[in-house]
Write a protein that binds this ligand. Structure first.
Ligand code: FES
Length: 157
């Protein structure tokens, strides 16, 4: 009986720790520093990365762990290998933009909060429809055509 109680408490503690860590992870994904980057897994098989490329067409599997954050409203992704920013703006709509800042071309210094993208190279701000809010950039983000069919996202660059 004593061993059963000890084992139960040990397992319950692990579950609580896991739940706590999981919660922290998802909260941090809304912040600006924890960008999921499919490049990080160093796989050459593009289908294993959750996307395929055919010419200028990217087909992205939203069920893949690298992209599943895009299934939630407000979820966003700096997708470096595709050269794009992706964001779920609600009602199953995902928008895609070039990740090249129109100011000086920074590609990897993006954050997203309050429905705005900020290029942290020199702090240009854009809405989640790509419209310039404040410079030094003097033009909007280049947008790509993004079409969602259930859990498949197709982006034409
Ligand atoms: S390159 Fe983005 S603000 Fe300068």
């Amino acid at each position: 009986m004593k061993n059963k109680r000890r084992k139960f408490l040990k397992n319950a503690g692990s579950t609580a720790l896991f739940a706590s860590l999981g919660s922290s992870f998802f909260l941090s994904c809304d912040d600006t520093e924890d960008v999921i980057n499919p490049d990080d897994n160093n796989e050459n098989n593009s289908s294993g990365n959750g996307f395929t490329v055919d010419g200028n067409i990217y087909t992205i599997e939203l069920d893949h762990p690298s992209f599943s954050i895009l299934k939630s409203t407000g979820g966003w992704l700096l997708f470096n290998e595709g050269g794009m920013l992706l964001v779920n703006v609600g009602q199953d709509v995902i928008r895609a933009f070039s990740n090249s800042c129109p100011h000086a071309g920074c590609r990897s210094s993006w954050k997203y909060s309050n429905d705005n993208f900020t290029c942290t190279c020199h702090t240009s701000i854009f809405t989640n429809d790509g419209t310039l809010v404040s410079g030094p950039a003097n033009s909007d983000l280049d947008s790509f055509t993004a079409t969602r069919d259930n859990d498949i996202l197709t982006v034409s660059t």
